[in-house]
Design a protein around this ligand. Structure first.
Ligand SMILES: [Zn+2]
Length: 412
């Protein structure tokens, strides 16, 4: 079998719609993208629906698929975030995303983000992590600013529970008591122990030195933990193991790095990769090429196009696309001749929607022996005329794995 290597360059949320402000072009059509067009004209093109036409996906699900899993493998946002912030999680763990919040004495949420607390969150987490209630151990780790991840470890637990977070923009509402979402003993037990934990955490945090100092400075105390995004860590075979390959992922975003860990890929990050417009593309390209020397499959991720889509800033999104183009130019310059370079995205984030949509994204693959088609430009329109046609994310990824020589023959 001929084994070859692949780099997938992922522009988060790059897909968009024609916009009047951009002469009725999409940001990708409007942007100056000589390098993306080089990949398109030297390679094979197509349009990809992450799951199926018309189904919007989150960044976590979109990447789960780009790493080689199927939608039913999705473990929930909590486990992915836990892996992304470097927590140990085991199959069976119940994992939740959290916000440190400020509540008053009657349980009204005054601020879902505790004044966007930045300092002292590690000390707060230290105080309450490791608490045990009724045989369940709670592990808490702080992430960026007011965010944290909570792991429940024990027997007889379920992920069929509600949130304690009343969700934005509901400052001024009481926090929710966590409710079981079905009649099982496991769901009732999980909700009960979590509610007890949240009360104990509230008691400890209300008199925590970090919070006492905040109150003295006139800042909001982080005296409550709001939970959401519950998931149960499943027993998944890492993709690297399934394909018998070594994989690596270069990204600045913890969600993407979390999926990478799940998939058995080496997470590579650096504070210079900001998950925004000021991200260091030279560093990303250098690391992607360096990792490719030791790996079979490297994913390199850029977040900026998605942010500009959410913010409904078409011109800025076009600039983010041009940044992605420069990253791809650096990759093209030093790609080994016998490796493939693929362009992809996890979903569309049309500016006018300000959210992810279920429209397909353009894909392209160039490299040795590729069945080159007649497409000359990488964008949402031309991709539809390409040799790959319209395919699902699972089909696209399998196509890449096949080019790598990693898909077993059916039959004999
Ligand atoms: Zn995304």
């Amino acid at each position: 079998m001929l084994h070859r290597k692949v780099i997938i360059a992922i522009a988060d949320g790059i897909g968009d719609r024609p916009i009047a402000e951009l002469d009725d072009k999409t940001p990708l059509e409007y942007a100056d993208t000589p390098n993306l067009d080089r990949v398109a004209s030297a390679g094979i093109n197509g349009m990809m629906d992450p799951i199926a036409p018309g189904i919007p996906v989150g960044t976590d699900m979109g990447h789960l698929i780009l790493f080689g899993y199927e939608p039913q493998d999705y473990p929930g946002r909590g486990p992915i975030e836990a892996l992304g912030v470097g927590m140990e999680v085991q199959p069976g763990d119940i994992v939740l995303r959290c916000n440190y919040a400020t509540v008053d004495s009657s349980g009204i949420v005054l601020d879902r983000r505790a004044g966007r607390i930045r300092e002292g969150t590690d000390r707060i987490a230290e105080t309450i992590s490791g608490i045990e209630i009724d045989g369940v151990t709670f592990y808490l780790k702080s992430a960026t600013e007011h965010r944290a991840v909570l792991v429940l470890r024990g027997t007889g637990l379920s992920d069929r529970i509600g949130d304690s977070d009343p969700k934005a923009p509901n400052d001024g509402s009481p926090y929710h008591k966590v409710k079981p979402l079905d009649d099982s003993d496991e769901a009732k037990r999980t909700a009960a122990v979590l509610n007890r934990f949240l009360q104990e955490a509230h008691r400890l945090l209300s008199r925590h030195p970090v919070n006492e100092a905040r109150v003295q400075r006139g800042e909001k105390p982080a005296n409550f933990i709001l939970t959401r995004g519950v998931g149960r860590m499943t027993e998944l075979t890492p993709i690297s193991e399934r394909l018998n390959i070594r994989g690596s992922c270069i990204a600045g975003e913890s969600t993407v790095l979390g999926v990478a860990k799940l998939a058995g890929f080496k997470p590579v990050t650096d504070s210079r990769m900001t998950a925004n417009m000021d991200t260091d593309i030279e560093l990303k390209a250098e690391l992607a090429l360096r990792e490719l020397a030791d790996c079979d499959l490297v994913l390199v991720h850029m977040k900026a196009p998605d942010l500009k889509g959410h913010d409904n800033e078409p011109l800025e999104k076009a600039k983010a696309v041009e940044l992605f183009d420069r990253l791809v130019g650096l990759l093209l310059r030093d790609m080994p001749e016998d490796a493939y370079l693929a362009l992809a995205a996890d979903h569309s984030t049309p500016c006018e929607v300000g959210e992810h949509s279920g429209e397909p994204v353009p894909i392209a693959i160039c490299g040795p022996g590729i069945r080159k088609d007649r497409v000359l430009h990488y964008n949402e329109c031309d991709g539809g005329y390409g040799g790959l046609g319209r395919l699902s994310g699972m089909d696209f990824v399998r196509t890449l794995h096949d080019l790598m020589g990693r898909v077993k023959k059916k039959g004999n």
